[in-house]
Design a protein around this ligand. Structure first.
Ligand code: HGY
Ligand code: MN
Ligand code: MN
Length: 413
């Protein structure tokens, strides 16, 4: 029996309540900076305050709930994740880590246990990066990894990051005040759903994360020639959407057949003017590559540029490749992995090592603090989908191991 059993029904109730904020018939829409995201943030702040945490919002919009330690001269141990979702996403990605972190501290307070270190529960803003095609914005701000192109970013409607930050209590003109220097946090511990199939397939309760994937994001713009769909002979067409379609298939082939890197995805495609009786004069595709090996991502970029050059010549179109950003892969230190495994064993849970094909705030915070991640199973490995699901029991298991991990870290650092 764990020393401080968490309240699993209460945890799952908060997940359920948060899961109604931004819910639509085809999935969760708490896209960063949206009214739905703000509703989720307000709920999170209220829950933190009810749990007895002192809350604040930093200039990057990160929500921080703090509980004093018995020795406040020690750096805080941070636990958390994010509550923003991809469009039409699921109820557990990020949300479990934040709700479980609040439940962990609430349990310790109720059971009268004060840690040595101060504890900070952090809900990072804009982890998904949907709006401005740049992810981990809150955690990269805290880690001092934000770049000018992040600050200058505008969304598809030309709306800038500054007003969005102001909408959530941040301040782009003072965003550097959100930076935490190395040493300011003793450790960062993140619970997350696996978002992949391995734990569910093997029936293992806890995943000890070994590393977090690297990622390369591109936008490819194709310029052909708009023309009449009925009168233009096929031989003289410069159809931007046909060229885009060829690239979609070639990008999929790069990994499915040529294995240049682990995975490739074209997640968005646009045609202009997007009318059935007009040959598309312009088209664009949004794509990403992922791999833990940054050399493989560099090879993928090289091959992408080769096939776009080739397609431009073959089809008589102009093609521009816009490189959004590379995110480095991050290993989890062996001693931090061992701490997660020890916490799982102390809770009587089965565990296995698993790499993360998803990106996480932990990979940004890793540059300023020792970090560890633990996963719970995703049913059928589904995520970024309304079918994303983790059982109430698995959610409770994750929170219980997170509490144990926090206590171990409190004693070790
Ligand atoms: O896209 C990802 O890997 C994460 O869910 N943000
Ligand atoms: Mn996530
Ligand atoms: Mn996600």
């Amino acid at each position: 029996m764990p020393q401080y059993p968490i309240n699993t029904p209460r945890l799952n109730q908060t997940l359920d309540e948060l899961g109604h904020l931004g819910e639509s018939p085809d999935g969760m829409d708490r896209v960063a900076y949206s009214p739905e995201d703000i509703a989720g943030r307000d709920y999170t702040i209220k829950l933190m305050q009810q749990a007895g945490l002192e809350t604040r919002i930093d200039t990057a919009g990160n929500i921080i709930g703090r509980r004093a330690g018995s020795d406040d001269t020690l750096p805080a141990i941070a636990i958390g994740s994010h509550t923003d979702t991809v469009p039409k996403g699921g109820k557990y990605d990020g949300a479990l880590g934040v709700m479980a972190s609040i439940e962990v501290v609430r349990t310790l307070i109720e059971q009268g246990h004060q840690t040595r270190h101060p504890i900070e529960v952090i809900s990072f803003t804009n982890e998904e990066g949907t709006r401005f095609h740049r992810w981990l914005v809150g955690s990269r701000s805290m880690a001092g990894l934000l770049e000018q192109e992040d600050l200058d970013a505008v969304d598809d409607d030309g709306y800038g990051l500054g007003p969005c930050l102001a909408d959530i209590g941040g301040d782009i003109s003072r965003i550097t005040e959100a930076v935490r220097a190395p040493g300011e946090l003793a450790a960062y511990l993140e619970l997350h759903i696996e978002q992949g199939p391995y734990l569910y397939r093997s029936g293992t309760q806890i995943g000890v994360v070994t590393g977090i994937t690297g990622r390369a994001v591109f936008e490819v713009e194709i310029e052909g020639k708009a023309n009449h769909a009925g009168t233009t002979p096929m031989a003289v067409r410069r159809d931007a959407l046909v060229s885009a379609a060829k690239l979609v298939l070639a990008i999929q082939k790069m990994t499915a057949e040529q294995e240049i890197c682990r995975v490739s995805t074209v997640g968005s495609i646009k045609a202009v003017p997007n009318a059935v009786n007009v040959i598309p004069g312009r088209a664009s595709i949004g794509l990403e590559f992922r791999d833990t090996d940054m050399g493989a991502l560099a090879a993928a970029e090289q091959e992408l540029r080769r096939i776009t050059d080739q397609t431009a010549v073959n089809d008589g179109v102009d093609i521009e490749v816009n490189r959004h950003r590379f995110t480095s892969s991050v290993p989890v230190a062996p001693d931090m992995q061992a701490l997660v495994a020890e916490a799982a064993e102390n809770c009587g849970m089965t565990w296995e090592s698993v790499a993360s094909g998803a990106g996480h705030d932990a990979q940004a915070i890793a540059s300023i603090a020792p970090m560890a991640m633990l996963f719970v199973p995703s049913v059928d490995g589904i995520s970024h989908s309304p079918e994303e699901y983790s059982t109430p029991e698995d959610c409770g298991n994750g929170a219980q191991v997170l509490l144990e991990l926090l206590l171990l870290a409190d004693g070790r650092f």
